[in-house]
Design a protein. Structure first.
Length: 377
């Protein structure tokens, strides 16, 4: 914009300069005829009066009449009255430094010369006005540009802040349910839509991964036949129990082993044996509920961790109640029923400093019970 103003201003000033010079030449040609007789008669007063009369009309800023020997016969000049006039005079000196010279001829002989200095008010007015217009235009354009810049800056900042918050939440907290809000800037709006589509895919992938991990964890820690927690889960539970002093002071361990499971397998086959194990697991789960956790260690070996018990008497009472759960016959779903009892050995967690000693004592007590039952007719 400044360059355009500069080119237009320079062109306009040059045009005005040529106009001023041409006008000054025409004025000089006209005045030379009026001054011819005054200079021929050496009438300086008449020449001065002519210069003053025309000068006050604004045709020029200064004028001199000189004779053939370049002696000044008469002269006139306007004095700057204001700062504006002084500025115009400075502009005139820069653009029109030399006065226009017009010869004064009488009877074919040059008897003198008229020097006219241009009136620079028109050019000065144009330049000062153009500077004012340029300044106002620049200020207006700057204000508009600043307003647009702030509007765009706020839009870009808010869009980036929105996207940054979502990315931070997703990366830090794995919150794939977050979405980027719609933006008024087209580029950010399209980016937000693409990013939300990516988040949709990531959320779906995350949910699928969580489901697979949950399935793998359940498979790794649960017995596929009975649905009870398996040996790996049992080991984790015992390790956690022995590290928790409060839980250890009110817990006990039961080891359970089927007494005649081999007979059932040999008589009716493994499918029937599996159905018996499933029924054993159901009875253990029903007895333990959410308080006492049951585990299948393998084959017909089971375990249960009793919680909320503080004396050996409570443990014996619960063990007796558990034994009674297996006094009822097992339906083999083939028209037959059978009985299967469990040998149960226990160990009190608060009496042991290590998981190994706790497991060892419960196992020994379980085999003692099994031996006694094998001797019972």
């Amino acid at each position: 914009m400044t360059l355009v103003w500069f080119l237009i201003s320079v062109t306009s000033v040059l045009t005005l300069k040529q106009y001023a010079l041409r006008n000054l030449e025409l004025t000089g040609a006209t005045m030379s005829r009026n001054l011819e007789f005054a200079l021929a008669r050496h009438d300086a007063a008449a020449a001065a009066d002519t210069l003053s009369t025309l000068g006050q009309r604004g045709l020029y800023s200064a004028a001199e009449v000189r004779d053939a020997k370049q002696h000044v016969v008469a002269g006139w000049s306007s004095m700057p009255k204001s700062s504006y006039d002084k500025a115009s005079d400075l502009i005139r000196r820069g653009l029109l430094p030399e006065p226009v010279r017009q010869p004064i001829v009488h009877d074919g002989t040059q008897i003198g010369e008229l020097h006219l200095t241009a009136q620079a008010s028109l050019i000065g007015h144009f330049i000062l006005l153009s500077l004012g217009v340029l300044t106002g235009s620049i200020l207006f354009a700057s204000a508009v540009a600043l307003a647009i810049s702030r509007y765009l800056h706020n839009g870009v900042f808010n869009a980036l802040q929105n996207i940054t918050d979502v990315v931070h939440d997703v990366r830090t907290y794995r919150n794939f349910s977050r979405r980027v809000a719609d933006e008024r800037i087209d580029e950010f709006h399209r980016f937000g839509q693409d990013f939300n589509s990516l988040l949709d895919e990531m959320e779906e992938w995350q949910l699928s991964l969580q489901a697979r991990n949950a399935l793998l964890l359940r498979t790794a820690l649960h017995d596929p036949l009975t649905g009870l927690a398996n040996r790996a889960a049992f080991r984790n539970a015992i390790a956690a129990l022995m590290k928790d002093d409060a839980a250890q002071r009110c817990s006990a361990l039961l080891f359970l082993d089927g007494d005649n499971f081999k007979y059932i397998n040999d008589t009716w086959g493994h499918a029937v044996g599996d159905s018996v194990l499933i029924e054993v697991a159901k009875r253990l789960s029903a007895f333990g509920g959410k308080q006492h956790m049951a585990y299948r260690l393998g084959g017909d070996e089971f375990a249960m961790i009793l919680t909320g018990v503080h004396t050996e008497h409570e443990v014996k009472r619960l063990t007796g109640a558990l034994v009674q759960q297996f006094y009822h016959p097992f339906d083999l779903h083939n028209g037959s029923t059978t009985m299967m009892t469990l040998s149960i050995g226990y160990a009190l967690a608060w009496e042991h400093a290590s998981a190994e000693s706790l497991l060892e004592l419960a196992d020994k007590n379980m085999y003692k019970v099994k031996q006694r039952q094998s001797k019972t007719p």
